[in-house]
Design a protein around this ligand. Structure first.
Ligand SMILES: [Zn+2]
Ligand SMILES: [Zn+2]
Length: 348
């Protein structure tokens, strides 16, 4: 089969590899779609802080995928061939402090399909072998193509769960990429009273408006402060930062109300410069969100996708074949990322 194999910075090859066979406790999934993640871009360009140094060369990339069970390995008795599944692409040790608390995303041996830390092949191939425990059957009403959004939407869902209740809250979302737009939809489903979304890209602001944001603002040419003041005089209750930008993060600190909450759900490339003085005088609560807890966030995310709480038509901007991964996927996102939301790759 043809797969997208990562060898190093700017060296991804679409090449022939053997079709995997499911080992004991594993299933073979025929991949319907695999989404391109911002972290894949860091890996592609070889950014160390983006995790490239943690990637295993010679491994198939891709961690946002869904598909259909093609074959089951020894000992798998509760998942039938032909079942459509979304995959939580995470493996963990099961015995460390975080694993004992059901927080596998913080496992000290955390590994991801797509080659993060261990040579676990990912979803940018027609077939991938994954553990049974990573597979979540799709609820009725959710297609196997749209289900490729489950992983990034689980990131958004987890970020919202890490914050305080959104019922009746005013919320500012910094950044309208896939995660920011996912957060927007999740807080609206959670009963937010008003939502303000800030992004530099006109296309992404338009998507936020389509998805029901109360106000959308260009953080440079627009007046974010005025937009917040119009809706909520003391500042918003909750800010979600998806940008990994110190400028944006400090805008969040300036615009959250006293004793409000900021949730950081961004992959930082460098150390942040945070306005600690201002955060301190307003007793702001800064929290962090790391991917998701599969057992909690995947079923909730899949139910929300099936129920239309995440608008897949707006979120999925492009479908491309595997052979075009580098030119129409990774390079396109590097140079024209503001014109796309989620690009899905069809590896079949
Ligand atoms: Zn990702
Ligand atoms: Zn562990």
């Amino acid at each position: 089969m043809k797969a997208a194999v990562w060898y190093g910075a700017k060296d991804i090859r679409i090449e022939e590899i053997a079709t995997p066979e499911p080992g004991p406790g594993e299933v073979l999934v025929a991949v319907s779609r695999n989404g391109i993640c911002g972290s894949d871009l860091h890996t592609y360009v070889g950014s160390d802080t983006g995790g490239a140094s943690m990637h295993v060369p010679g491994v198939v990339l891709g961690h946002e995928f869904a598909g259909t069970v093609r074959e089951v390995g020894e000992g798998v008795t509760d998942l039938a061939v032909g079942t459509a599944v979304a995959v939580a692409p995470m493996e963990w040790c099961g015995s460390c402090y975080s694993c004992h608390h059901a927080w596998p995303q913080m496992c000290r041996k955390l590994a991801l399909y797509g080659g993060y830390r261990l040579p676990l092949h990912g979803g940018l191939a027609p077939f991938v072998a994954v553990s049974r425990r990573s597979c979540y059957p799709l609820p009725a009403g959710l297609g196997v193509i749209e289900a490729a959004l489950a992983e990034p939407m689980a990131v958004a869902m987890h970020a919202v769960r890490r914050g305080p209740s959104t019922l009746g809250a005013t919320v500012l979302v910094l950044g309208a990429g896939p995660i920011g737009l996912g957060v927007l939809q999740a807080v609206r489903a959670g009963g937010a009273q008003a939502t303000i979304v800030s992004d530099l890209s006109p296309a992404r602001r338009a998507a936020a408006a389509t998805l029901g944001a109360t106000a959308v603002v260009d953080p440079v040419s627009g007046d974010l402060r005025a937009a917040v003041r119009d809706l909520t005089r003391p500042g918003v209750d909750i800010v979600f930062d998806t940008t990994a930008s110190s400028v944006a993060f400090n805008q969040g600190i300036a615009l959250v109300r006293p004793r409000g909450t900021i949730v950081s759900v961004a992959g930082w490339q460098e150390q942040a410069r945070v306005d600690m003085g201002r955060a301190m005088v307003n007793e702001i609560d800064i929290r962090y969100s790391m991917t998701y807890e599969p057992e909690t966030d995947f079923p909730a995310t899949l139910a929300m996708l099936a129920g239309g709480g995440f608008d897949t038509a707006t979120m999925i901007s492009d479908h491309i074949p595997l052979e075009r991964l580098v030119d129409d996927g990774l390079e396109e996102l590097l140079h024209h990322g503001d014109q796309h939301i989620k690009i899905l790759v069809d590896p079949s």
